[in-house]
Structure formats: structure tokens, C-alpha cells
Write a protein that binds this ligand. Structure first.
Ligand SMILES: Cc1cc2nc3c(=O)[nH]c(=O)nc-3n(C[C@H](O)[C@H](O)[C@H](O)COP(=O)(O)O)c2cc1C
Length: 190
């Protein structure tokens, strides 16, 4: 089973990073490895809406998305982890998602969804926000859902934490680390 993860936070050792690491630990304890893409460190240009993928389902821009396309195409499990910025996913996450327009064309225009593979395709969304307002997770959930469905992940579940602001503050949360560990295990179960 191939598992990939996207870290959308720029803050190394921050809340999203710590949660994702715990989810990865749960997966590794299940005997699998995870390819983690640190989006903030990658060279990914925003989608230019050039129409270059309209007829082919392939992006004409070549940068670090080349590796991401291949990873998404062959993954059985996909984790998207992002802090909430301005009631939405981080720009790092959103830039990668927008470049998945080529998968959108492949699936909905060319009618070629990515194959289910041996293990189906499933996703996990991890969110952390500093405010108590639900609107951040709600907006982020809508965008993440569009991403997952576009890359032919028909099912995902979400782990979301609010009111967590300072770097590594998530470590003080009573259940968060255990929740993330269990979420990793659940994602790759059966
Ligand atoms: C640019 C920016 C915008 C933010 N906007 C929101 C927001 O709209 N809603 C929210 O709940 N938290 C917001 N926050 C707070 C972060 O979501 C919070 O600090 C989170 O714990 C950061 O996670 P990290 O440590 O993984 O980077 C914002 C933080 C930054 C830097």
C-alpha cells in the first residue's frame, strides 16, 4: 500500500507538522512507509489557467509538481495536513491543489478517473486553527473535499483542532497526539 502526505504548514515543528508526524508514526507502526512532501520547501508555481491540460489531462508546466503528479497517481492513501490561514487551507496547500486541475480535466473532461488500485483510495485531512470559529475548518473542508474527489479519493475523514495558536501548543492538548496516531493507523487499516 502506497501512502503519501502533504504538509501545508511553513512552520517546522509547528502544530500541523507535529500532528502529521504522529499520523505517520501510526502508519509506520502498521508496517508501511510514508512519502511526505514538504510543500513550503518545494518549487511549485501556481496554476496559470493556461488551458494546457484541457485536452490531455497533463500539465505543461514542469517543476516539483512532476513528482507530485506521479505520487498522487499511484497512491492508495493520501494525507493533506494544513493550518487554517484566513479561514482556508494554507497557500502552500492551495497552490499544489490548484495544479491538480490537470487531474480534474483527466477525470471530468476526458472521463478517465484514476484507477481504484488494489486497496481503493482513501484520504485523511488534518487541520489546525488558532481561532475557535468553525468557519475555518468548514471552508478548508470544502476545498479539501474537492481536491480528494478530483484525484479520485472517494472517501476521507478529518481530524481538526481549533484554538491552537502558539508553535507546538498542540502538545498540550489532551488527546491530539493520540488522535493523530490512531488516525494514521485507521487510514491504512485493511
Ligand atoms: C497568515 C495566518 C492566518 C491565519 N488565519 C487563521 C484563521 O483564519 N483561522 C484560524 O483559526 N487560525 C488562523 N491562523 C492561526 C493558525 O491557524 C494557527 O496558529 C495554527 O496553529 C498554525 O499551525 P502551524 O503551527 O502548523 O503552522 C492564522 C495564522 C497565520 C500565520
Amino acid at each position: 500500500m502506497k501512502v503519501i502526505a502533504f504538509l501545508g504548514s511553513p512552520r517546522k515543528g509547528g502544530n500541523t507538522d507535529l500532528l502529521l508526524k504522529e499520523a505517520v508514526r501510526g502508519i509506520e507502526d502498521s508496517g508501511l512507509s510514508v512519502d511526505v512532501f514538504h510543500l513550503n520547501d518545494m518549487d511549485i508555481r501556481p496554476c496559470q489557467d493556461c488551458g494546457g491540460c484541457d485536452d490531455t489531462g497533463e500539465c505543461i508546466e514542469h517543476d516539483d509538481m512532476d513528482g507530485v503528479y506521479e505520487a498522487i497517481r499511484t497512491a492508495d492513501r493520501i494525507i493533506l495536513a494544513s493550518p487554517i490561514f484566513f479561514f482556508a487551507l494554507s497557500a502552500q496547500a492551495k497552490i499544489m491543489i490548484d495544479r491538480c486541475q490537470s487531474f480534474w480535466c483527466e477525470k471530468y473532461v476526458l472521463k478517465k478517473p484514476l484507477p481504484k488500485g488494489e486497496f481503493d483510495r482513501r484520504g485523511l485531512l488534518i487541520l489546525v486553527g488558532g481561532m475557535k470559529k468553525e468557519v475555518g475548518p468548514q471552508c478548508s473542508e470544502s476545498c479539501a473535499r474537492a481536491f480528494f474527489r478530483t484525484v479520485s479519493v472517494p472517501e476521507h475523514f478529518t481530524l481538526s483542532f481549533l484554538d491552537i495558536n502558539a508553535k507546538a501548543e498542540i502538545l498540550k492538548h489532551q488527546t491530539a497526539m493520540q488522535d493523530a496516531y490512531e488516525a494514521g493507523k485507521k487510514l491504512v487499516k485493511d
